[in-house]
Structures are given as structure tokens and as C-alpha cells.
Design a protein around this ligand. Structure first.
Ligand SMILES: [Zn+2]
Length: 210
């Protein structure tokens, strides 16, 4: 059961319920209850985060609660259009499913899955230096610093990387990849065991669209 705020229309609620069923089928888990709370303004978002938030930030998920900027404030208080509201809500709901599997899931996998499921296609033209930064170190599987992830096109890169993974691997493989803790020292070996290919081949698949 989802408690929707008043600005979610009946049509949107039906679509979100269908979306949750799709996620339940893919991830093989059910979320019994979740809440969606609307944040009235940018100023209230800043208060919530206790800092000045970026103008692209309109949603945040904590546990089983999604906080989202009020729909009619999207255009005045963020860079997003009101039409993006439903996609962003889907993105945040997807985070609830992923963190139920592993709260410690690497950013690229969590964000890339949320973007792909929510249908938030990203532009493919990525700056060369950001690609180098993303793939250059072992940070491919460990979390970036959040600002670095956001400011160095981590969202766009993750969208394409995960799109490729979804096209190449079954949902059970994706679920097992989500379960790898970013704290484990043998994650390369774990990727190999899960996917049946070497980490280098896995990287090659991940990079192939970029
Ligand atoms: Zn996200």
C-alpha cells in the first residue's frame, strides 16, 4: 500500500501501482508499505537537508519514505519541468526496492537502475575527463563521494552502463550484483562468480555504449 499525496492524480496513482508491480516482479520482493511526502518549497528542502540544496535535487528517499518537492513548485523551485514529476517519483520508489536488497549498493548501480526503470534517458555525450574519472580507478564498484558522482556526470554514465548490464544479464544476476557490499575487498572476484565473466570483460560490456 502506498500513501500518495494529494497532488498525485488518480491516473498517476494507477501508473505508480503498476510500476511497483513491475519492480516486485523484477526484484522478487514486495514492499508492504511506503509513504510519499511532499516538500512544500526549496527552502523546506534546504531545511530538511540542513544545507543549501542544488536546484536539480527534488527527491530523496529515506527508508520507505520518499520526500519529493511539491509538483506545482517544480518549475519555480527547481530545474525540472512539472511533466518530470512522475518519472522522478518512480526513480525514488525504485530506490526503496534496491535498498531493501542492499542499503550499501554502489551508487552507479542504484542510480542507473532507478533511471532505467523510471525511463529517465540521459544524453550519451559524456565529457572525456568524466569518463576517465569514472572508469579510471576501482571506484567503478565502490561509491563515489556524492558530490563528485553528481557533478562529474555520474548519473548520465550510470544510466548507460546499467542499460547495457540490463541488456546482457538476467534479473537474478543484477540482484546478486546489488548484493555485493562496497566494503568487501574481493568484489572483483564476486563479480566474476556472479556474471561468469572476468571483471575486465564486465567492464568492457559496461563501457560499450559510451
Ligand atoms: Zn537516485
Amino acid at each position: 500500500m502506498i500513501k500518495y499525496p494529494n497532488s498525485v492524480t488518480e491516473h498517476e496513482a494507477i501508473e505508480l501501482n503498476k510500476f511497483c508491480n513491475r519492480l516486485t516482479n523484477f526484484f522478487g520482493i514486495k514492499i508492504d508499505s511506503m509513504s510519499i511526502i511532499e516538500v512544500k518549497s526549496r527552502a523546506d528542502f534546504d531545511k530538511f537537508f540542513r544545507e543549501k540544496t542544488e536546484n536539480w535535487l527534488v527527491g530523496e528517499t529515506r527508508g520507505k519514505t520518499v520526500y519529493i518537492l511539491k509538483k506545482n513548485k517544480f518549475e519555480s523551485d527547481s530545474i525540472h519541468k512539472e511533466e518530470e514529476y512522475l518519472q522522478i517519483l518512480k526513480h525514488e520508489i525504485c530506490h526503496i526496492f534496491i535498498s531493501k536488497i542492499n542499503n550499501d549498493c554502489p551508487s552507479f548501480l542504484a542510480e542507473g537502475l532507478c533511471e532505467n526503470f523510471a525511463g529517465q534517458t540521459k544524453r550519451i555525450k559524456i565529457k572525456e575527463e568524466n569518463l576517465k574519472n569514472f572508469f579510471g580507478k576501482d571506484i567503478f564498484y565502490v561509491n563515489y563521494n556524492y558530490n563528485e558522482f553528481a557533478n562529474k556526470e555520474g548519473y548520465s554514465i550510470s544510466f548507460w552502463v546499467v542499460k547495457e548490464l540490463l541488456e546482457n544479464f538476467s534479473n537474478s544476476v543484477i540482484i546478486d550484483l546489488i548484493k555485493i557490499s562496497k566494503k568487501s575487498s574481493d568484489w572483483k572476484k564476486q563479480i566474476e562468480n556472479i556474471t561468469g565473466i572476468s571483471y575486465e570483460q564486465y567492464l568492457k560490456i559496461a563501457k560499450s555504449k559510451l
